[in-house]
Design a protein around this ligand. Structure first.
Ligand code: ARG
Length: 608
């Protein structure tokens, strides 16, 4: 854990290290020295249960073991007291001085306590995964929001990160669009077998056209329209083989879709370093297929070419159409070349690994994609490992769950359709407007500033709802709840940040400035302990690829501030040093809160 990072300065890690050496000095294992936040914050700040863990095996009295460990802390100025409680818990209470020192150290740290990786890695994050012709829906929100947050966090902690949209611009859906369009507009020159140009810059289709043709053609395939399917497959193959008219059309599809998708992402504050598509892996497909063949990994299967990825004995039962049950390999083989000779989704994914290896050489590739594609990635990763395109452990599917409706199944609109991301964002902005008015907020703002605030509140509501759940948790979409200014929501975080900004603004107007922090009150102690926990929260977020840990930290920090502000007046009274100290604490808290928000892809307005 710690080896991945340069150093740890938070109390939990420091006290754990001290306790571990005390246990070692007394002849016990270092691992029992783990110190955690106290279960009873009213009694102590941290606790260690190690004495209880070792006493039994050592046939010793746990309280006596605890006393021996405690003696190693004699004279430790970090501690106000170290008590042995109950059957042998060690209860640590930090001194005001140690907390003040920590607060001042954080205040003078440009990283505000954020850790740094020991070894800078190159990390590829494959997220978003939008597709040509398909407007994004709520499911795309998850991968976009989680991916964006991980991209920012890993980068801030020191890795070199490349975010790639891995645009779905290849495969059967392209053939579907070509055939669908040829039925609507058969006279377009692109459909002439002998088409060689010219290539008009103007697209013959809009996104709305594609959005109409695509679902129609999918429905026909679902309904087993064999002629249509055969035509779509043929067109796909011809496109992949380079038929000029199809290539030209496809280029239009890509451009029209990508521009619209980029608008939606921009509204959400999601950005990619690369907009590579599945098609960009195409030049790698042929040599890769040849290589797989040369390595003996490609196997003929009913006219198709597959790669067997299951290890001996890895099987599952499968029920056949006639009702009989057979054992089949699990995971099933990767379909590398279809019987028409086309590259498939898995093929382009493996070829993309080859491409990324050649162009970037990432140490790690994270795929932020729906859990329902777990088997696909298992097939792809295993193929890549078997062929030596990546080393075991370099490819990782950081899966996400689904966004559900109140009935617990993937969210649908009232008419049973999927809610488009663009519409969702406008709905959220509308609701944010209404909420701000209801709460009497933003009244003094100019129209532009109000609109900016409403947009920030809307984005915070959507993104934080996402990030506050573990990425694998399925959660229920409830815009009303997400948009509340109370509770664990994005708007609550922004509201607290705005309160801090307004305190600092008022202080400035009164000529007051932040100064040295001297911790005294319980609410101040609590706030500094929270600030101190940032280091650990970020490490765990990093190691578990779990932004919900960061989200939780930021939320608790905002709560800690609110409690502090209720208990400790900042701008009143005659004591200049006290005011400067409290302003110092507000300023430090705001900086860490804003950094945390930024790593989640949120930003707080200046006023509300
Ligand atoms: N476009 C795909 C979909 O909508 C997701 C792509 C995920 N990334 C990948 N490398 N396969 O299902």
């Amino acid at each position: 854990f710690t080896e991945a990072f340069i150093e740890s300065r938070d109390f939990k890690t420091e006290l754990s290290a001290s306790a571990a050496s005390a246990f070692v000095a007394e002849g016990f294992d270092a691992s029992v020295g783990r110190v955690n936040a106290s279960d009873r914050p009213d009694l102590a700040d941290f606790q260690c249960n190690g004495a209880l863990a070792v006493a039994k095996a050592a046939k010793a009295n746990p309280r006596e073991v605890a006393a021996k460990i405690a003696s190693h802390f004699d004279g430790d100025t970090r501690l106000d007291k170290l008590e042995i409680a109950g059957p042998g818990f060690l209860n640590f209470t930090l001194s005001h001085g140690a907390l003040s020192d920590r607060a001042n150290a954080l205040a003078s740290d440009p990283r505000i306590g954020a850790p740094k990786v020991a070894q800078r890695r190159k990390v590829m994050i494959d997220f978003g995964g939008p597709n040509v012709a398909k407007e994004m829906h709520i499911g795309h929100l998850r991968t976009a929001v989680i991916g964006e947050s991980l991209k920012r966090t890993l980068r801030f902690l020191g890795d070199e990160v490349i975010g790639d949209a891995h645009f779905g611009d290849w495969g059967l859906q392209m053939g579907q669009l070509i055939v669908g369009l040829s039925e609507e507009q058969p006279d377009l020159p692109y459909f002439d077998a002998g088409f060689t140009g010219p290539y008009p810059a103007e697209s013959p289709v809009t996104l709305a056209d594609l959005g109409r043709i695509y679902p129609k053609s999918s429905a026909r395939i679902k309904a087993k329209d064999a002629d249509f399917l055969a035509a779509a497959r043929k067109a796909t193959k011809e496109l992949q083989d380079g038929r000029p008219g199809y290539r030209a059309l496809w280029q239009h599809f890509v451009v029209v879709s990508r521009e619209a998708l980029k608008r939606d992402y921009a509204a959400l504050g999601v950005e990619f370093d690369l907009w590579y598509g599945e098609s960009d892996a195409d030049p790698y497909v042929e040599p890769m297929i040849a290589d797989l063949k040369a390595k003996g990994l490609l196997v003929e299967d009913n006219g198709a070419q597959v790669v067997h990825v299951a290890r001996p004995g890895e099987t599952r039962k499968k029920k056949l159409d006639d009702g009989s049950v057979v054992e089949v390999p699990s995971p099933p083989p990767l379909l590398a070349v279809s019987s028409e000779g086309s590259a498939m989704y898995g093929t382009t994914d493996v070829a993309t690994i080859v491409q990324r290896q050649k162009e970037f050489g990432p140490d790690l590739s994270l795929y932020i994609v729906d859990q329902r594609q777990a088997e696909h990635f298992e097939q792809v990763f295993r193929t890549a490992y078997l062929a030596g395109y990546a080393q075991e452990g370099q490819l990782e599917h950081a899966a996400n769950g689904t966004v559900n409706g109140p009935d617990g199944t993937p969210f649908k609109t009232r008419d049973g359709g999927t809610l488009k991301l663009g519409d969702l964002i406008s709905q959220a902005v509308e609701k944010a407007n209404a909420r701000l008015h209801e709460a009497g907020l933003g009244e003094g703002l100019s129209e532009d500033a109000f609109a900016d605030t409403a947009h920030k509140v809307a984005v915070a509501a959507l993104k934080f709802a996402e990030l506050s759940n573990h990425r694998l948790t399925n959660y229920i979409f409830d815009l009303d709840r997400f948009m509340s200014f109370e509770g664990k929501t994005g708007p609550y975080l922004l509201y607290q940040a705005v309160r801090m900004k307004s305190i600092l603004r008022k202080a400035g107007e009164q000529g007051l400035a932040a100064g040295l922090i001297a911790v005294a009150e319980p609410a101040e102690r609590e706030l500094v302990l929270l600030l101190d926990g940032f280091d650990n929260a970020l490490k765990e977020t990093y190691l578990k690829r779990a932004p919900n840990i960061l989200a939780d930290h930021v939320y608790r920090l905002a709560q800690g501030f609110s409690k502090f502000y209720a208990a400790c007046p900042v701008l009143v009274g005659e004591d200049a040093a006290l005011k400067a100290s409290r302003l110092g604490l507000v300023s430090l808290t705001l900086r860490q809160l804003e950094l945390g928000l930024d790593l989640m892809g949120l930003s707080a307005p200046d006023q509300m």
